[in-house]
Design a protein around this ligand. Structure first.
Ligand code: SF4
Ligand code: SF4
Length: 445
């Protein structure tokens, strides 16, 4: 028997501020969003488009259909890139709709024991740094002793199932040195004008996959007169949990981060990860009906800035060190679509002497990373990753920059696959290049 489920009734049970029932009916079905949706472009199916997914939400809300797998599958294939939101002339806030739908489905449907265990384990790893770092070291060992090359050899590939082989290929490249947070406070150098105090969110996975970007962010902020404080009790921002519909996990993490990052009374809270920054800015909506956190959450989200946004808005020292490279930029969806930040990273790149910036010939399509999407929907993620790698290659650049660890992992995976691209292309954070230019400048003085 089909389980009936009314979205608006269920909303009463959770955070009402996420969306109103009327938001569902803002969609007029014009279809302007279709060509911006990567899953629609790949499949050509209405049910894999924003309009189709909203139609399914309405049908479930009106109890015309039940909340069954062949309905939830279409929501699950959505990357939550929010490109449709930017394209929509009617102002449909698709991000809120899909987010709330996922929460309601997650809280109202049965899952297999394996699924529950996988999610619990995954969240535990990203929420407990010691577990994350331990896994990081196990991966390093696995690569160091040559087990990865052995497993990837043709013969061994045949011995394992396709699923295991695909998962193994998702093991990311790791930073040489992980970022350990030991409650650091980096004061402004003596003699420099102090421009403000920053409380920095360093994230979870980024500490082991893109630690250099964090170190660069600290140096760049410091070079520009900001005192940087990295509160130790901070945890994962909760974006991955949120996208999977685990709202209680998100709320717990949000409360922890609000308390720990605000404790030093900063002028700004900064993130160099687009996904984390977008999530931090949305904490404000989580506590609209919670008097104990409402005011703190408002303050928190209002002073949260993406690193590029902060530098361009407040001004930064123009870099003088020359970097002779051809560079393109992959804009993370959570920077351009969720935070609506588009030009600052490019402005920074173009201000670095020697850099020839080449715009990618794309329409801002998602690279297919999407948090755990690359694992849960690996086929679609791989299709989009390959496409993006080719776009990067076609620019002729020797460096592709981005501003989100998920995008960086996805780009490295697909650019380092000789089946896709046969040319070494470095993947860097924009701020790493700015830091490099400042360092070159300092070294020549
Ligand atoms: S989501 Fe917006 S653009 Fe897409 S069909 Fe609905 S109203 Fe049109
Ligand atoms: S969020 Fe992205 S994948 Fe999902 S419907 Fe919108 S454009 Fe398509």
């Amino acid at each position: 028997m089909q389980e009936t489920f009314n979205l608006s009734n269920q909303l009463e049970k959770i955070n009402k501020s996420l969306f109103n029932e009327s938001d569902l009916y803002k969609c007029v079905g014009c279809g302007f969003c279709l060509q911006s949706c990567p899953t629609y472009i790949e499949t050509g199916l209405e049910a894999e488009s924003p309009r189709g997914r909203i139609a399914l939400m309405k049908a479930v809300n009106e109890e015309r259909i039940g909340i069954v797998k062949n309905v939830t599958d279409h929501w699950d294939l959505c990357i939550q890139c929010r490109a449709c939101e930017i394209a929509c002339p009617s102002g449909v806030e698709y991000g809120k709709l899909i987010n709330t739908t996922k929460i309601l489905v997650n809280e109202n449907t049965k899952k297999s024991k394996l699924e529950i265990l996988s999610f619990k384990l995954g969240f535990l790893i990203i929420e407990k740094k010691y577990l994350l770092f331990s896994i990081g070291y196990i991966i390093k060992f696995y690569k160091f002793v040559g087990l990865q090359s052995l497993l990837r050899s043709k013969l061994i590939e045949k011995l394992f199932s396709q699923k295991i082989s695909t998962l193994e290929k998702k093991i990311p490249e790791l930073s040489n040195n992980f970022f350990f947070n030991t409650h650091k406070k980096i004061p402004v150098k003596k003699g420099n004008l102090k421009r403000g105090k920053i409380s920095l969110l360093v994230g979870c996975v980024m500490c082991i996959t893109d630690a250099n970007a964090i170190y660069s962010t600290i140096r760049v902020l410091n070079f520009n007169g900001y005192e940087v404080i990295i509160p130790k009790p901070q945890k994962c921002c909760g974006a991955i949990q949120n996208h999977a519909g685990y709202q209680q996990n998100l709320i717990k993490l949000a409360k922890n981060n609000i308390d720990s990052l605000l404790e030093c009374n900063p002028d700004y809270i900064v993130s160099c990860s687009a996904g984390c920054g977008a999530q931090l800015k949305e904490y404000i909506h989580l506590f609209e009906h919670d008097p104990s956190y409402k005011i703190k959450a408002e303050k928190f989200s209002n002073i949260t800035k993406d690193i590029h946004e902060l530098l361009v808005r407040n001004g930064y020292k123009k870099p003088k060190g020359k970097i002779n490279s051809t560079v393109t930029f992959q804009s993370p969806c959570h920077l351009s679509n969720a935070q609506k930040i588009t030009s600052p990273p490019i402005e920074i790149l173009q201000s670095i002497p020697g850099i020839k910036y080449i715009k990618m010939n794309d329409k801002g399509e998602c690279c297919g990373a999407g948090g755990i999407y690359s694992i849960t929907q690996s086929e679609m993620s791989n299709l989009l990753g390959k496409k993006k790698a080719l776009m990067v290659f076609n620019t002729g650049s020797n460096i592709v920059t981005t501003a989100n660890p998920g995008c960086a992992i996805q780009l490295r995976t697909h650019l380092n696959n000789p089946k896709n691209i046969n040319k070494p292309i470095l993947v860097n954070h924009v701020i790493e290049l700015l830091d490099k230019s400042y360092t070159l400048e300092e070294n020549t003085q």
